[in-house]
Design a protein around this ligand. Structure first.
Ligand SMILES: C[S@@+](CC[C@H](N)C(=O)[O-])C[C@H]1O[C@@H](n2cnc3c(N)ncnc32)[C@H](O)[C@@H]1O
Length: 219
């Protein structure tokens, strides 16, 4: 099935509210656990989350790694507004900082972060190289990288099946977003080609669930 792009920035009020209220405990905890499994020696430093949404993953990350400070970036002011509230509610204002920014325009510091993480951003990007360029630019040498996203199923029917399996009871706006995201997602082979093109061939791509792949490695 060919890729069908979806809008990049998620800034519609209803869309953002439904996303921020949804239960992403399963995939978001899997993300933080995957980081722990792949980088068992990592414990401190500056972490960058690209496309942070309502900041659930940065908060989980800051909770697990108490000596880390997280900079969390997103292009949607509305998402950041929900993120701001979540961060304040968890008393993490000192350790999780939000930044507004739209890739490929990256005003983040060069060669600065010890870890760069990103969940479910890549499939939004019309130019996927923007994510890999930002990672190369902002990460220190040997920075830990974990990027997770959906991979594109073989057909629209397969995509509908995944939505039914994982979002049966969710509001329609969220189910439609999920479906559109599956159609906009990149395949593992496409991601491999992106990494090779940008000179990040050392990063590994592997399937980590029936709908997710992860890119893992050191810069
Ligand atoms: C599906 S959400 C994922 C949010 C969060 N990482 C999570 O796992 O819950 C994708 C996020 O990427 C943001 N985004 C999309 N395109 C972007 C771009 N070009 N630059 C910055 N953020 C972008 C959207 O606004 C949205 O908040």
């Amino acid at each position: 099935m060919n890729r069908r792009a979806e809008p990049e920035i998620m800034n519609g009020y209803k869309q953002v509210k439904a996303y921020a209220k949804a239960d992403f405990n399963g995939p978001n905890q899997m993300f933080v656990d995957l980081f722990g499994e792949n980088f068992p020696l990592f414990s401190s430093g500056r972490v960058l989350d690209l496309g942070c949404g309502p900041a659930d993953i940065p908060l989980r990350f800051a909770g697990r790694y108490e000596q880390c400070r997280v900079v969390a970036m997103d292009g949607a002011e509305r998402m950041l507004e929900f993120g701001r509230r979540n961060i304040a509610a968890q008393g993490m204002v000192e350790r999780v900082k939000l930044v507004h920014g739209v890739l490929p325009h990256c005003e983040l510091p060069e060669n600065h972060f010890s870890a760069i993480i990103s969940n479910s951003l890549l499939h939004h990007l019309l130019d996927p190289l923007a994510l890999w360029q930002a990672i190369s630019y902002c990460g220190k040498k040997d920075a830990a990288v974990l990027v997770m996203d959906l991979f594109r199923p073989s057909s629209e029917t397969a995509a509908r099946r995944i939505v039914e399996k994982y979002a049966a009871g969710e509001p329609e706006i969220l189910r439609e977003d999920f479906y559109n995201s599956l159609l906009a997602a990149y395949t593992e082979a496409e991601v491999r080609a992106q990494l090779d093109r940008i000179g990040l061939s050392n990063l590994q791509v592997r399937q980590v669930s029936d709908r997710h792949f992860a890119v893992v490695g050191l810069l």
